[in-house]
Design a protein around this ligand. Sequence first.
Ligand SMILES: *[C@@H]1O[C@H](CO)[C@@H](O)[C@H](O)[C@H]1NC(C)=O
Ligand SMILES: *[C@@H]1O[C@H](CO)[C@@H](O)[C@H](O)[C@H]1NC(C)=O
Ligand SMILES: *[C@@H]1O[C@H](CO)[C@@H](O)[C@H](O)[C@H]1NC(C)=O
Ligand SMILES: *[C@@H]1O[C@H](CO)[C@@H](O)[C@H](O)[C@H]1NC(C)=O
Ligand SMILES: *[C@@H]1O[C@H](CO)[C@@H](O)[C@H](O)[C@H]1NC(C)=O
Ligand SMILES: *[C@@H]1O[C@H](CO)[C@@H](O)[C@H](O)[C@H]1NC(C)=O
Ligand SMILES: *[C@@H]1O[C@H](CO)[C@@H](O)[C@H](O)[C@H]1NC(C)=O
Length: 811
Amino acid sequence: MIEHRDKFASLLISSLIIHTISAATDSFNISESIRDGETLVSSGGMFALGFFSLGNSTNRYLGIYYNNIKPNTYVWVANREAPLPTKSGSLTVTESGLLLLLNGTNGTVWSSASATTRKVQNPTVELLDSGNLVVRDADNDGTDIFLWQSFDHPTDTYLPGMISLGWDLDKRVETYLSSWRGHDDPGPGEFTAHLDPTGYPQIVVRRGETVKFRLGPWNGVRFSGSPGTRNNPTLRMNKDEVKYGEDNVEKSVIARLTLSLDGVGVRWIWNNQSKRWTTHNLEADPCDTYNACGAFGVCSAGDSPMCRCMDRFVHRDEGNLSQGCVARTALACGGDVFLKYSGMKLPDARNTTFDERKMLPADCEAECLKRCSCTAFKQLDIREETSGCLFYYGELLDVRTMPVGGDELYIRIASTDLGKDAHAKRVKLKASLASMAAAAVLICLGLIFLCVWKRKKDSNPYNEGKFSGSLGHDADLPFFNLPLILKATNNFSTDNKLGEGGFGPVYKGVLENGQEIAVKRLSKSSKQGVDELKNEVILIAKLQHRNLVRTLGCCAEGEESMLIYEYMPNNSLDFVLFDETKSMSLDWRKRFNIITGIAKGLLYLHQDSRLRIIHRDLKASNILLDTEMNPKISDFGLARSFGGSETQAQTSRVVGTYGYMSPEYAIDGMFSIKSDVFSFGVLVLETVSGKRNRGFCHEQNQNSLNLLGYAWTLSIEGRSCDLVDPCLGELFDLSEALRSIQVGLLCVQTCQEDRPSMSEVVFMLGNQVELPVPKQPGFFAGRDVVPGRSYSSSNATNSDNQVTITWSQGR
Ligand SMILES: *[C@@H]1O[C@H](CO)[C@@H](O)[C@H](O)[C@H]1NC(C)=O
Ligand SMILES: *[C@@H]1O[C@H](CO)[C@@H](O)[C@H](O)[C@H]1NC(C)=O
Ligand SMILES: *[C@@H]1O[C@H](CO)[C@@H](O)[C@H](O)[C@H]1NC(C)=O
Ligand SMILES: *[C@@H]1O[C@H](CO)[C@@H](O)[C@H](O)[C@H]1NC(C)=O
Ligand SMILES: *[C@@H]1O[C@H](CO)[C@@H](O)[C@H](O)[C@H]1NC(C)=O
Ligand SMILES: *[C@@H]1O[C@H](CO)[C@@H](O)[C@H](O)[C@H]1NC(C)=O
Ligand SMILES: *[C@@H]1O[C@H](CO)[C@@H](O)[C@H](O)[C@H]1NC(C)=O
């Protein structure tokens, strides 16, 4: 197809030149050419090739861009270093298959410079729908070997389907990406991205000669340190070539990867609904900076300090942790031993050798011990235990912990350094976390002690409060006096109001010591609320779990009764998850952490706390998020406590939130721990998809399915991947996501008996067990649930397919 963008200009030119592209086409041959103003459009209409200018510059470039995405996004530029000064360029192909970009006087400005020795019959130039501009020999039918292809000569953009990043070992030719020089200058900038085969293949981004960022080495499935495998990573490694490529698992997704002007790898995914690109930087946190923690250091983003040493190593300079670490005891080159690390981005593999013979880890260990400068080893391919070994020499550089999908590494230490705990083969990198938790408990205890002490000292205690008597003995909950709360919340000023809960407004406050608090003020009008608040106070006083919101105390004076919570700066889950821009801050790691956190909090309520507690109103707005986006279940106003074995009860008053209510609760008022499981399932599907169950709508959803129905439909079609929030792009752990979706669907089963318990849920989320096949969920279709509406049990015919699993919970 030819688009006459600049009809006047092309009319002028075509009158001078004999041969023009005669008909609508995606290709041309030696008797034709493409001139400025004409475009070549790929057969599927996805990409176009044409001339363009950038910004205010009058320079003309020939390039490929998305045909239907505006403004134009250029994925390839032919003459990036040699712009045409005027609109007089033309692209032709010679009889030998060379592409020539000619200027107004037929001087060659750029050429494809393919050095083919094959005899060419009838070369044709074609723009493929993948965005690849190819020269093929038309008379050589059947063989799709291109004389030349733009995919072998990328500029700053990597397109799905290119398997070309890397080295042609035979010709010693490298294909790499280089950034643009500026927004209006596509010339090669100072940043380049390479497949570096030194040692073992890695991806390396350099500024000039200096390494800026690294991914790798290749572990058989992906480069160590890169998340997920949704983009089908492929490494070709043989005697002729070492080449890397990716492809879209979902062909309908429009995606690309670029090296930005400042040298950051960026994944771009076109959002067909918002008509915008969503982006994900490959360098996302400080630990992605090359070698942030120095030799033998381990970088953990979000930890303080960020840099730690590998076990049995000490900081070289306590004042500057990026200087790296040194072994506490020098290696003996003899009786050394190895410590196993998991969940890591593997060290820089440029100083390694590999052995592809079938070897077990024990063989690798023996081999490494034989070589005195070998400092670590790992399995070559994570898919096979006997895949061979990679041996590291000298310093281990650029190591970080991975939130998902890390690798295993065995690091050599002197056996004399093992001392008494020689049996401890697994390194406790989490130790500092545990000590932090212990410190938090101490602080917490101190706070309670202070409050109690203050309460004793205070001459005006809570004797007028609504809970006097019962509370004083029942709960060890610190009391705050009213003037303190009034001061903290600025007399309950509207500026401090955080929101309106079921039983009254919630205010933010700051205590005199600077501590931020949230105050839930029971509305005077709501009579039944008093019971609920009292219920909540008594319950929560007994509950302590990292995934439950912590209550700091309460206040009951005169007419006022209030609960004081720790303040959660990130608001509630619904506030973040369902907001188009805020949801971008919830990457997959955070989302999975939220899912597992809620599951653990709920398990504690159902089973591990002294009381058996059913929350009854689990929903996104009742999940609060702390500074690190850890979930905390809140609002126990509706929670019910059951003694001992009691597990089910009936209520005349259905309270809760539509969209999260299980069928038996919404319709018959029956609630049990399995009703909470149902609500949890809804929360899981919402967290994965970023969409609300209530008011769910989808462009491809003609049958007005709700989120549950949609998720199940995708699941039986084997397209569960499509449910994942598009704003995550390809950056999520596929197996975790699929597992979460399946667990979510199991939780929303119509029959209570089909839903797992929370202990099973926690187990299923954390282990690679085979999961039962979910049946059609409750409330399969339709928007809202109307209590009292009759509902028929779904035609559950596939119960035969159910896989039984035995839960091995050794606790
Ligand atoms: C070039 O293509 C046109 C139209 O497809 C065709 O008619 C012509 O024969 C081709 N020329 C050669 C030299 O093959
Ligand atoms: C382009 O020209 C406009 C108007 O002259 C000017 O405001 C703008 O800054 C220029 N942009 C660049 C990138 O030079
Ligand atoms: C350039 O080449 C074309 C095609 O061979 C020819 O028609 C045209 O006259 C040439 N133009 C100049 C300025 O030489
Ligand atoms: C066209 O290119 C040739 C060779 O690069 C150069 O000598 C000539 O000056 C150019 N003509 C114009 C009009 O730019
Ligand atoms: C994008 O949406 C349009 C309609 O808005 C549709 O025709 C097109 O097929 C969609 N493209 C993809 C890749 O989903
Ligand atoms: C710490 O060490 C690193 C690496 O040697 C160096 O780049 C950095 O400037 C040092 N920082 C300070 C504060 O000395
Ligand atoms: C690789 O490690 C050896 C052994 O420590 C060391 O001598 C050598 O300098 C290292 N090579 C590079 C390129 O770092």
